[in-house]
Design a protein. Structure first.
Length: 245
């Protein structure tokens, strides 16, 4: 199947145009489940765009569940039957309010660091690009619920590391100070054992099971936050509304 040419005059970001066309080609069956898609270099040549543009487009398809990356092998078509549906985009404060709890937070770290590979891929950046890293202890009714670390592009959110987001909340700060409003997010949940260094903060015994969550949040221009969290399994729950197709 022939790819569609990009049109910069439309005002639609190029990475979104690449994402849309790749989505179209996947849905049309150009690649079968389990089959590898072309490498970044080939996609760059096909669409005549930069590596960052391709990386962001492919990253959005990975986080939407259409593609899966395998280290050292490439990016493959994922079996749609294995992909869970997304929830509504809400802040931690709103989530806890729905559970009848009052949210709180304490900033443990706020600094500018170099993006690691996982963060760079999620945000469409080059590895080593400066990002703001904010690590917080999240509480409900004053009791520890989780530890959350957010990564955001430092160039886009200049000075964020100097802003106290403990009381106002990160998304409230992003909205009021930077005009950034989330439109969608993709979360991946796994279950594992809490590390010793985190157990004391969460007030649980080491190696207690908890939820490990990776979330990539988007606004109209693309991915702006990658967050990793470990949540207490006895104080945090997931609720999904399911409907017949």
């Amino acid at each position: 199947m022939r790819h569609r040419a990009l049109d910069p005059s439309t005002g639609v970001p190029l990475h979104m145009q690449v994402e849309e066309d790749l989505h179209r080609r996947i849905q049309a069956g150009e690649w079968r489940p389990g089959e590898r898609i072309p490498a970044e270099e080939q996609l760059c040549a096909t669409y005549q765009v930069s590596r960052i543009t391709v990386r962001q487009a492919v990253g959005r398809l990975v986080h939407s569940g259409l593609l899966v990356r395998e280290r050292g092998r490439g990016t493959f078509i994922r079996d749609a039957a294995l992909t869970a549906g997304a929830r509504h985009v809400t802040s931690f404060t709103a989530e806890l309010a729905q559970l009848g709890l009052v949210a709180g937070g304490k900033v443990l770290e706020s600094a500018v660091v170099d993006a690691d590979e996982a963060t760079a891929l999620a945000l469409g950046l080059d590895t080593g690009t400066p990002v703001v890293r904010i690590r917080r202890l999240r509480t409900g009714d004053g009791k520890p619920i989780g530890l959350q670390t957010s990564f955001l592009p430092a160039a886009r959110f200049a000075g964020l590391e100097l802003t106290d987001v403990g009381e106002r909340g990160l998304y409230a700060v992003l909205r009021s100070d930077f005009g950034t409003v989330p439109t969608e997010a993709v979360e991946t949940f796994t279950v594992g054992m809490v590390k010793t260094r985190d157990a004391a903060l969460l007030e649980v015994a080491p190696r207690t099971c908890g939820f490990f969550v990776e979330r990539v949040t988007y606004d109209q221009t693309g991915a702006f936050e990658r967050a990793t969290s470990v949540m207490r399994g006895d104080r945090y729950r997931i609720r999904l509304a399911l409907r017949r197709p």
